[in-house]
Write a protein that binds this ligand. Structure first.
Ligand code: ADP
Ligand code: ADP
Length: 228
């Protein structure tokens, strides 16, 4: 069967300078793949192309084997079954926790929406937090709400760009572990951007190492870690 997510020879240049060069990558259901590399190597652009919030100049993005864009990247992101967690993708401060989680469920019947919200708050360990506001929650709790919000529409693919960088170091390990165990339980295909080898080592089933717009190595963390 087709991988959940596939990038096929995706390229993008800005002002004539290549940022992403023929990046090909697959992510299977239940798998966490980390894009790892130094700042400016093209990780975020690759992820944003997968999300449909940035277009590619060439190549294709497929979900469950179906192209979700032509090779110019013309496809609306709303049409893609992807959940997004970006660095500064904060919660809506004036909405309750329940309203935040319900955000991606617009168009469903109210009772159905309430049931899904309650289910996902339970899954992230925040049962009973629905009526609170984000500022009443700890950083770790806010992160779990963001995770519930991204997961509630049941995306085929979860795309995360440095999702833990807003947390202080004390919290980060704990939230990482929690997030990983929730994602594993959900069986979502996860593509995550990080510039921290340590984070990739902890989270990834496979690491795709990027340099200057290219993927130079893909494999299990141990193998990539020992790459010269
Ligand atoms: P990373 O996520 O690895 O830090 P990025 O994908 O953000 O790398 O950026 C790759 C390269 O593309 C960098 O040189 C960056 O400055 C450039 N770039 C990214 N987005 C834009 C943009 N919208 N306009 C111009 N250059 C960009
Ligand atoms: P990240 O930390 O995820 O790599 P950046 O700080 O590089 O993100 O980029 C944040 C935003 O700025 C993105 O929308 C990116 O496309 C844009 N951007 C990045 N580099 C440039 C650039 N050189 N010129 C214009 N926009 C850029």
């Amino acid at each position: 069967t087709a991988p959940r997510l596939a990038l096929e020879a995706v390229s993008r240049a800005f002002d004539g300078t290549a940022a992403v060069r023929e990046v090909s990558l697959t992510v299977e259901a239940g798998e966490v793949v980390c894009l790892l590399g130094p700042s400016g190597c093209g990780k975020s652009t690759s992820l944003r192309i997968a999300a449909g919030v940035e277009r590619q100049d060439a190549g294709r993005v497929l979900i469950d084997g179906q192209p979700v864009s032509d090779d110019r990247g013309h496809a609306p992101p709303e049409g893609r079954s992807v959940g997004l967690m970006f660095q500064d993708y904060a919660l809506f401060p004036h909405l309750t926790v329940a309203e935040n989680v319900a955000f991606g469920l617009r168009g469903r019947r109210a009772r159905d929406r309430q049931a899904v919200v309650a289910d996902y708050l339970l899954r992230v360990g925040l049962k009973g937090y629905g009526e609170k506001y984000p500022h009443q929650l700890s950083g770790g709790e806010q992160q779990r709400v963001a995770l519930a919000r991204a997961l509630a529409p049941r995306p085929r693919v979860m795309l995360m760009d440095e999702p833990f960088s807003g947390l202080d170091t004390r919290l980060r390990d704990e939230v990482r572990e929690e997030t990983l165990s929730i994602l594993k339980r959900e069986g979502t295909a996860v593509l995550m951007v990080t510039h921290e080898p340590d984070e990739a080592m902890r989270m990834a089933d496979r690491i795709a190492l990027m340099r200057e717009g290219r993927i130079v190595q893909v494999g299990a963390p141990y193998h990539v870690y020992n790459y010269p």
